[in-house]
Design a protein around this ligand. Structure first.
Ligand SMILES: Nc1ncnc2c1ncn2[C@@H]1O[C@H](COP(=O)(O)OP(=O)(O)OP(=O)(O)O)[C@@H](O)[C@H]1O
Length: 243
């Protein structure tokens, strides 16, 4: 049954690239303030699904509504923060110039823009590197800058594709703490991850394999239903041979 207040409502969505079916009959709802994780083996369709949710790409069949609006819809960009798997940064520019560019796209100006840039760079512990050119950033720093850009316009839905790849455990924890604070304030978060301790922090998880959503539940219930002792074992069970 469709929940009227769902942030995300996916109804029988499929995606084909030519003759190749990459997602099949996905039905899913995400509620306000939820942290929802997508887990699945490499190539299972996680990135394809989050691209459909964020309106970067369009479903071949079925429907996706975000905040009640049929996707894709350009005007939804202001409400969604999407962080892709590979960083979309202008490497020959400084971090500040990158932030200013994206702030302009989101219509952030003047003191509000300055304030948000300072806040998001503080959040990802990059305040001291604001004026550095991005091609002098490490991989993890680029990832953090991408996250900062995603948070600039305070979106009510965050869609993060492997957000903490290349980020060391200490900083990963501080980013998670911040995501949890945003979450408590009402931001809904959808993320793909391969990191098991991150998956365990999600309220609910969707297990994807070969373009199909095999199970959606709390981490505890997924572990229990698979008859396993950890999310890692459950992941292998749902993502592999179910033995
Ligand atoms: N533009 C495209 N054209 C053709 N096939 C594509 C395209 N994009 C993705 N695919 C295919 O769709 C399948 C799912 O890819 P996707 O990137 O969604 O997987 P994933 O679960 O995110 O993988 P990973 O964890 O490795 O990032 C793969 O077989 C991939 O080759």
């Amino acid at each position: 049954m469709t929940h009227p207040t769902s942030v995300i409502n996916v109804s029988h969505a499929g995606k084909k690239f030519g003759a190749k079916s990459v997602l099949e009959d996905i039905t899913l709802e995400v509620q306000p303030g939820e942290t929802f994780g997508l887990l699945g083996p490499s190539g299972s369709g996680k990135t394809t699904l989050v691209k459909l949710l964020s309106g970067i790409d369009e479903a071949s069949s079925g429907e996706i509504h975000v905040f009640g609006t049929l996707m894709p819809k350009l005007s939804m960009l202001n409400r969604i923060g999407y962080m892709a798997q590979s960083d979309a940064l202008y490497t020959e520019l400084s971090a500040l110039e990158n932030l200013q560019f994206f702030a302009a796209i989101y219509g952030l100006n003047g003191s509000r823009r300055r304030q948000r840039i300072a806040e998001v760079m503080e959040l990802v512990a990059l305040s001291d590197h604001l004026h550095k050119r991005v091609d002098q950033y490490s991989g993890g720093m680029k990832r953090r800058l991408s996250l900062a850009i995603t948070l600039l316009h305070e979106p009510s839905l965050l869609i993060l594709d492997e957000p903490t790849v290349g980020i060391d455990p200490l900083l990963r924890k501080s980013i998670w703490d911040e995501l949890k604070i945003l979450n408590t304030k009402g931001t809904t978060i959808v993320m793909t991850t391969h990191v098991m301790d991150e998956a365990e922090k999600c309220h609910r998880l969707g297990m994807i394999r070969d373009g199909q959503l095999l199970a959606v539940d709390t981490p505890e219930a997924l572990i229990q239903n698979a008859g396993k002792n950890s999310i890692e074992e459950a992941f292998i069970y749902y993502g592999g041979g179910q033995s």
